[in-house]
Design a protein around this ligand. Structure first.
Ligand code: SAH
Ligand code: SF4
Length: 405
């Protein structure tokens, strides 16, 4: 079942793009790939082996042409090419920051766009992946929340962000050594738990041991606190959890994150305490954007410590200096106060590093992602926030028939 904010059928791209006759196999899971290969008339005895081979070429070697699958017999290769394609979405724009950060604007077959960001550090390279075009949740400080168009990304579109980054980084040549994308964070555009099935499928493909082989320990999913699906995330996907907290009182949190009216602070924290596999070796990360005069007082820091202790949470806090974007009402807390806040939380026995903003020069930092899509009007935002509160549901996705093109 797909999860949508309003419980309706989600709108997703058809598996076979309308304009193309051939099936894009990127994003099929193994069982689907096997079935597809069986259906095109590959001899039954060979189906298993061919599936393994194709999977390896697509996900371990990154090939995009069946001709390159040299251990597959010529006639089978021809059959595959007759029915299938291995196609990435288009990179509309790749921006490289002075600090090594790379931002990709990706356009899917229906014209919708999303962003992925690659952030190199000394000991790792993290790819920040989007799960939706836009986001229905309209957190007030987040640029993505102002996008008018929202739809779930398919599993293929989520996996494709990884493929594109690896293409750009030249990573396929030597898949195990010299890996450049070592970690994934589902922290791009969208709320991943509102697109649970596709995110799960995509991450399973990415974790597959005969494919991209990224360990679940190196994958973090960030949620704004969609309580009913948090446990499923731990049980069914098993990745690390990050929770966007951003406030320690319900009134403040509801003001900046409308979803708090549905799933309040205490409920979110309880769900964290019950997160499968949450123990010291695998702590939950709380994200906390520092908003001047809103959530950044000493008392807020002390309350944060109290709450984490109250629920006995194996947690660390990531303090994110607020990243301003054109038209925002918020400002970032002064550096001294961020430091003070961090110290208070540390003194409470909880690690609270301050996240260094990366890729600011290319607007790639946290919460700045927003493709060229039209902006929601203020009235639209207000209506959605109201709907979220009144109907006990979060706002519905918006679609236009024209897409973005
Ligand atoms: N929708 C998910 C994941 C994507 S957002 C979520 O909300 O958790 C990744 C992180 O960046 C979240 O913690 C989000 O709240 C934070 N963020 C959004 N806008 C920001 C901004 N302008 N400055 C700093 N952090 C921001
Ligand atoms: Fe959506 Fe996350 Fe941005 Fe909130 S912070 S609007 S949940 S992407």
């Amino acid at each position: 079942m797909q999860i949508t904010p309003n419980g309706q059928e989600p709108i997703v791209s058809p598996r076979v793009p309308v304009a193309e006759e051939k099936l894009n196999i990127l994003g099929l899971d193994r069982a689907e790939l096997k079935q597809a290969i069986a259906e095109i008339g590959v001899p039954e005895k060979q189906v298993r082996m061919r599936t393994t081979q194709v999977w390896h070429w697509v996900y371990h070697r990154g090939v995009t042409s069946f001709d390159d699958m040299t251990n597959v017999s010529k006639d089978v290769r021809a059959k595959l090419a007759e029915h299938f394609i291995i196609k990435r979405p288009e990179i509309v724009e790749a921006q490289y920051s002075e600090d090594g950060t790379r931002k990709y604007l990706v356009r899917f077959s229906d014209g919708n766009e999303a962003e992925a960001v690659y952030i190199p550090e000394e000991d790792r390279g993290t790819l920040c992946v989007s799960s939706q075009v836009g986001c229905t949740l309209n957190c007030k400080f987040c640029h993505t929340g102002t996008m008018r168009l929202v739809r779930n990304l398919t599993a293929g579109e989520i996996v494709a962000q990884m493929m594109i980054a690896r293409d750009d980084l030249g990573e396929w040549e030597n898949p195990t050594e010299g890996r450049r994308v070592t970690n994934i964070v589902m922290m791009g555009m969208g709320e991943p738990l509102y697109n649970f099935d596709n995110v799960k499928k995509a991450l399973e493909i990415i974790m597959d041991e005969e494919g991209i082989q990224l360990s679940r320990r190196r994958i973090t999913l960030s949620t704004s606190g969609v309580v009913p699906h948090m446990e499923r995330c731990g049980k069914e996907i098993g990745v690390n959890l990050a929770v966007s907290l951003h406030a320690v009182r319900d009134d403040v949190r509801s003001e900046i994150m409308p979803i708090n009216k549905k799933y309040g602070l205490e409920e979110v924290l309880k769900a964290c305490a019950n997160y499968p596999g949450a123990h010291n070796a695998r702590r939950i990360t709380f994200e906390y954007a520092m908003l001047k005069g809103v959530n950044d007082s000493d008392a807020d820091a002390r309350e944060l410590v109290r709450l984490i202790r109250k629920y006995k949470l194996p947690a660390k806090v990531n303090l994110i200096p607020f990243n301003p974007w054109p038209g925002t009402d918020y400002e970032c807390t002064d550096w001294n106060q961020i430091q003070r806040f961090s110290d208070i939380v540390y003194e409470g026995g909880i690690s609270a590093p301050i996240r260094t903003p990366r890729g600011r020069d290319i607007m790639a930092a946290c919460g700045q992602l927003k493709s060229a899509s039209e902006k929601k009007s203020k009235a639209q935002m207000a209506r959605e926030a109201e709907a979220a509160a009144a109907n006990d549901t979060v706002a519905e996705p918006h679609h236009t028939s024209t897409g973005l093109t």
